[in-house]
Ligand binder design. Structure first.
Ligand code: GRF
Length: 264
């Protein structure tokens, strides 16, 4: 019997994806187990799902931390924190954005992320999944979680067919654009916003009588199937990364790291 993949889950809301993952683990449809659930929001109802399944859970109150950072700008940073290095590697903001804005964002998140890392490291885990976790993670956190030379260790689910409609309103943006199909994507997390290598996608049709609410329902059902499938591919060591360069249709030189599924 191969060891089960130990999965940590971060949520912000209702945790329906968390529930789908826990159900597939319980039914042994995937070779994984959820070992902790963390939230950036103490009101997240998904925490009850963890509690009811006897899974350890914790909260890092991002709202409070960010508010405190505004009140006390001279806050203490983690000892190993190098703002210039983090700023140079992040792709969340264009490099010419207002310096104070980027600095405050990165430094306040550093405080929250240090607490998150501290709580997470009490549990041994192989993979961290963001199941509706609504705060962007910075290179400080991502580099601490990833193990050099191996597959990335953080997966996110996004409510659109990436690279279209990154950001927090994927289903709304898909609908308002007038798309005739929508979908969801599971990808590894890199230093940009929803830009990491794509692991899997599922799509659904958008018909004339659909509304934003109805496509959200269609989308969530796809998410509940897609996330466990991608975790299973990771657990079974079926994923590898490949980097190559090409000229895009718009004539741009692109270097991209993609996920390839290994057969066998
Ligand atoms: C999902 O639609 C996910 O794609 C998005 O947030 C929602 C989370 O839903 N990022 P839930 O908390 O898993 O029910």
């Amino acid at each position: 019997m191969v060891d089960r993949l130990k999965v940590g889950v971060l949520i912000s809301g209702s945790g329906s994806n968390l529930q789908a993952i826990m159900d597939q683990c319980d039914k042994k449809n995937i070779n994984a187990e959820v070992v902790f659930v963390g939230s950036d929001n103490k009101e997240a109802t998904g925490l009850l799902k963890a509690k009811n399944s006897n899974i350890p859970y914790f909260v890092v109150d991002y709202k409070k931390i960010i508010k405190n950072c505004k009140k006390t700008p001279e806050f203490k940073l983690p000892n190993d924190y190098d703002l210039n290095k983090i700023k140079a590697s992040q792709n969340l903001f264009p490099k010419n954005s207002v310096k104070e804005k980027i600095n405050f964002f990165l430094l306040s998140r550093a405080r929250a992320e240090a607490e998150l890392l501290n709580k997470m490291c009490k549990h041994q885990f192989d993979l961290l999944v963001l199941a509706g976790f609504m705060h962007k993670l910075t290179p400080y956190f991502i580099s601490k979680v990833n193990t050099p030379g191996k597959l990335p260790k953080i997966m996110n689910i996004h409510p659109a067919i990436l690279p279209s409609f990154p950001g927090i309103c994927g289903y709304e943006d898909t609908f308002n654009y007038g798309c005739k199909v929508g979908g969801c994507t599971v990808h590894f997390v890199d230093f940009g916003e929803d830009t990491g290598p794509i692991i899997g996608q599922k799509v659904f049709s958008i018909t004339p009588d659909d509304t934003i609410d109805s496509i959200k329902r269609k989308g969530l059902e796809k998410e509940w199937a897609l996330f466990p499938e991608c975790i299973q591919l990771y657990a079974n060591n079926k994923l590898k990364l490949e980097t190559y360069s090409y000229i895009s249709g718009l004539g741009k030189q692109i270097t991209r790291t993609v996920v390839k599924q290994q057969s066998g």
